[in-house]
Design a protein around this ligand. Structure first.
Ligand SMILES: Cc1cc2nc3c(=O)[nH]c(=O)nc-3n(C[C@H](O)[C@H](O)[C@H](O)COP(=O)(O)OP(=O)(O)OC[C@H]3O[C@@H](n4cnc5c(N)ncnc54)[C@H](O)[C@@H]3O)c2cc1C
Length: 417
């Protein structure tokens, strides 16, 4: 196999082959014959979670929409489709998904497998929209888990790639909606002490960005539902001032790749991601980390990070703070608690990032911070395991789908078993 790397280029897969089936039967036959396998999505994860010493399989040739069921309010897709592709289809049919991540280029299966999220204090992560998944398990058999029908279904939606290859997903859909995106500049960290919930409940999706170079968050991104009363017609938002030109989350960079701002209304799929689908970054000169803390302790956690800023800020492009509703999905970082994600987009300073992550993690330890599965972290396996009370149930589910451990890799062995 030619050298294959992840999107950021910081990780080189060690697999011997990469298979791209066109039909589920081909996939089933191939899976049954291999010893070590891992499914690969759009390669946007930053660590070794998608790697295997054996064979990689990509479903990029299996990316069709299979069925739109208006009565049940669902859409069924093949396992290789990306959010951007499905979003255009749904919008053309007057439907939407409840939420999207910051970029639309990622696959639905890969994003859900790692608990990927957008923002919104009432919005669960993207996997909460999964009604059912079809998984090709180690024998080659396709097994379906449906929310509410089997108790283990709650373990199958954020699957970390450990159960098999997700070949089909059925997702909840909602009627299409419009969003207008408004940005404000320079909100003081101190405003969040008494107004954290006010700020995060003030729009359908809210993100704060900071480079931690001052006591202010550089930007507030409010993605407001058109039709809801607009409380932000004012020029001020908790002391922040309305942005009068489009902004990129990283100060000083052109806003051209960003989704439309300045309050211009538009369809959900062109406003919920921060970046446009037609802007296709080939490779990212960046690394990422993210930690999830209980929403009730988010301000204290942010203050703690602020005190460390001199040590990590030189290596940072920007940090983003988002809100994610609690969910019942066993391996989800927002399992059973309303959460706030504190995200770091790092410059490609690998060694420095490795040095500062333990400092950040030590500071966040009192808040039981769970790291994003697909991003960089340094946490000791025993500590990480202790943060997931359903881990042993997940192990049992994985063993029933994959008794031989075909879908295990060193990442999963380290953090789950
Ligand atoms: C620029 C950028 C922006 C990002 N923005 C966000 C964001 O806003 N919010 C957020 O939470 N995260 C974000 N991420 C992280 C990203 O969502 C995750 O890395 C996600 O896993 C990417 O999906 P993927 O298709 O690239 O998966 P991959 O990296 O290819 O794989 C990730 C995992 O999914 C598994 N997997 C993939 N496909 C399948 C399948 N068909 N069946 C079974 N398992 C499968 C793999 O085995 C692996 O375990 C971002 C990453 C980047 C690079």
């Amino acid at each position: 196999m030619q050298e294959e790397r992840n999107w950021a280029g910081n990780y080189r897969y060690s697999a011997e082959e990469l298979f791209e089936p066109e039909r589920v039967e081909q996939l089933q036959e191939w899976v049954a014959k291999r010893h070590r396998i891992k499914a690969l999505g759009s390669r946007h994860s930053f660590n070794s979670i998608a790697d295997t010493p054996g064979s990689l399989v990509s479903l990029k040739k299996m990316s069709r929409v299979l069925e739109l069921d208006r009565t049940r309010g669902t859409v069924t897709v093949e396992g290789g489709i990306r959010y951007g592709e499905l979003a255009s289809y749904l919008h053309a049919n007057q439907y939407a998904l409840h939420n999207l991540a910051s970029l639309p280029h990622i696959t639905i299966a890969g994003a859900c497998a790692t608990g990927t999220h957008g923002s919104g204090d009432r919005n669960g992560n993207l996997a909460t929209a999964v009604r059912s998944v079809e998984i090709v398990t180690s024998s080659g058999e396709a097994v379906v888990y449906t929310r509410g029908e089997q108790p283990e279904a709650d373990g199958a939606m954020v699957s970390l790639g450990a159960l098999g290859v997700v070949s089909k997903l059925t997702l909840d859909i909602v009627p299409s909606f419009d969003i207008s995106q408004r940005l404000f500049e320079n909100i003081a960290l101190s405003q969040l002490e008494s107004h954290f919930d006010d700020v995060f409940s003030s729009a359908y999706s809210v993100s704060l960005f900071t480079d931690w170079k001052s006591e202010h968050f550089n930007q507030v991104w409010l993605k407001c539902l058109v039709g809801e009363e607009d409380p932000f017609a004012e020029d001020e938002f908790y002391g922040a001032t309305r942005a009068t030109v489009p902004l990129h989350p990283v100060p000083g960079i052109s806003a051209e790749p960003c989704s439309e701002q300045l309050g211009k209304r538009g369809p959900w799929h062109e406003r919920l991601p921060h970046f446009r689908m037609e802007f296709t970054p080939s490779a990212g000169e960046e690394l990422q980390s993210e930690y999830f803390v209980p929403r009730s302790q988010a301000y204290a956690a942010l203050e703690t990070i602020y005190k460390l800023r001199e040590q990590f800020a030189p290596h940072l492009y920007t940090s983003e703070v988002r809100s994610i509703a609690a969910d019942p999905l066993w391996m989800s970082p927002s399992y059973d608690r309303d959460s706030v994600g504190i995200h770091f987009t790092w410059k490609p300073h690998g060694e420095a990032v490795e040095r500062v992550l333990p400092l950040i993690e030590a500071a966040l330890e009192p808040y039981e911070a769970r790291p994003h599965w697909a991003k960089l972290f340094a946490m000791a396996p025993e500590r990480l395991k202790s943060l997931y009370e359903k881990r042993l149930d997940f192990q049992k589910l994985a063993a029933s789908c994959d008794p031989q451990g075909k879908f295990r890799n060193s990442f999963l062995e380290r953090y789950l078993w």
